[in-house]
Design a protein. Structure first.
Length: 182
């Protein structure tokens, strides 16, 4: 199946044809984003965001205005702009926390409270969401590996992770921070 056939099928509602488009463009879009961000995880996330946006808006695509490739690169570019517009500079964890020895009861109490927050955050997720987040964050696995482990498609794992991060909002930053402090 060529690009135009896959596009036509997607626009008529057969979203399974989107995998053809994804396979065709995922590497060049990732490279484009990586060159702009110079950060592997950010590039992976923004590539995922780009394809999610493309999938969500595939019916709005008009081949008379631009080629699919151009349209996809525009989505990627806007995703990068949005990322930089909304991102805040982060600090190294050693700069952000004055980590005390095990003899510090105040630090132990603080960590216990934060770990309780993580438990509450995790309790608010479905089992599937917890599994994908934990494999991604604690297991440091890529979406392809997570898909193989869970028996789901790579795209489904990425979508699950994106929706979970959106659901957690500011709590996701706390979740990540506590992971690195543990």
């Amino acid at each position: 199946m060529d690009e135009s056939q896959a596009l036509s099928l997607c626009q008529r509602g057969d979203m399974s044809a989107f995998t053809q488009l994804y396979d065709l463009y995922v590497s060049p879009i990732y490279r484009f984003i990586f060159y702009k961000t110079r950060h592997k995880e950010t590039s992976e996330d923004l590539t995922s965001t780009t394809f999610i946006k493309a999938l969500e808006n595939i019916r709005k695509f008009d081949s008379k205005k631009a080629s699919f490739k151009t349209w996809l690169y525009q989505i990627a570019r806007h995703s990068i702009i949005d990322h930089y517009r909304t991102s805040h500079p982060s600090k190294n964890i050693e700069d952000a926390w004055d980590l005390h020895s095990d003899d510090d009861p105040e630090a132990k109490a603080d960590l216990a409270l934060k770990l309780e927050s993580v438990k509450k955050i995790l309790a608010g997720l479905s089992a599937e969401q917890r599994e994908v987040v934990m494999l991604r964050v604690w297991g440091d696995l890529g979406f392809k590996e997570i898909a193989q482990i869970t028996g789901k498609s790579e795209a489904a794992c990425k979508m699950n992770f994106k929706r979970t991060v959106e659901k957690l909002g500011g709590n996701f930053a706390l979740f990540l921070l506590l992971f690195y402090v543990r």
